[in-house]
Design a protein around this ligand. Structure first.
Ligand code: ADP
Ligand code: ADP
Length: 226
């Protein structure tokens, strides 16, 4: 089974705009995969559908072999999502943002607290654990969203434009962290509009433009054609 399998996925928004025009994608387990495309190409729409924040118009999406229409609860267990916008409770402490998320997955409190400590330490946020999340810098908030997305130890981590607006130094350290996560077995799918990011990090790449996949290849092969 694939980590992600998308067939003929279409999305028409209520205003009639066709954001996805029949997307097909397969991502192998363990892959480090980039969905690359300009602003407005349909990247966030695709991710929104995968985590059921956006309703699809037609097509199939399967996560670790679980069709999201038939078995979203199971699909969700395999998926961690780092959205573009900060969407946590800004009055919660950093520690509690992570622990609360664990509660959505039925993880016992003690395990949740151990994992919160582990991931906040790995992401360099442990000294901020008692601070309300609204006090964090943009880069820290982004790292907090990664810690939160990992608390149920998903097989697949999806990052929507993870380093948009992040300075170069922090970008490097986030890349390192994500690479180590991939090396330890987590499938990584990220969206980006920087070829450089896809090129430096990822193994396979799909290019999306105006709601259609226009290229789907290995990064190595793509670079040879440029
Ligand atoms: P990307 O993430 O690649 O920048 P999006 O998936 O956010 O692209 O958007 C794809 C297209 O769909 C864009 O043209 C965007 O303006 C449009 N779009 C996104 N959300 C909506 C919406 N709720 N209603 C209408 N059009 C939308
Ligand atoms: P419910 O369990 O009521 O269906 P969800 O679990 O879908 O609700 O969503 C709970 C909160 O967690 C929402 O704010 C949602 O955006 C967020 N969320 C859902 N799934 C994930 C995920 N895999 N990774 C990160 N955040 C998620």
């Amino acid at each position: 089974t694939y980590a992600l399998e998308i067939s003929d996925l279409k999305k028409r928004y209520d205003n009639g705009f066709e954001a996805l025009k029949g997307v097909n994608l397969k991502v192998e387990k363990g892959d480090f995969f980039a969905l690359l495309g300009p602003n407005g190409a349909g990247k966030s729409t695709t991710i929104g559908i995968m985590c059921s924040l956006v309703n699809k118009t037609s097509g199939k999406v399967s996560i670790s072999g679980n069709d999201i229409d038939d078995n979203f609860a199971k699909a969700k267990q395999h998926l961690g999502v780092v959205p573009q916008e900060f969407n946590f409770n800004v009055f919660e402490t950093v520690f509690n943002v992570v622990v609360t998320q664990a509660g959505f997955y039925g993880i016992p409190a003690q395990v949740a607290e151990e994992r919160a400590e582990k991931y906040l330490k790995q992401l360099g946020l442990w000294d901020k654990k008692d601070v309300q999340s609204r006090m964090l810098s943009g880069g820290m908030k982004r790292r907090l969203m990664i810690a939160r997305a990992l608390v149920h130890e998903p097989e697949i981590l999806i990052l929507d434009e993870p380093t948009a607006g992040v300075d170069i130094e922090l970008r490097r350290s986030m890349w390192e962290f994500i690479t180590e996560l991939n090396e330890s077995g987590t499938t990584i799918i990220l969206t980006t509009h920087y070829l450089e990011e896809a090129e430096q990090l990822c193994r396979n790449i799909a290019i999306i433009n105006a709601g259609e996949i226009v290229e789907n290849t290995s990064v190595k092969a793509l670079l040879k054609t440029l």
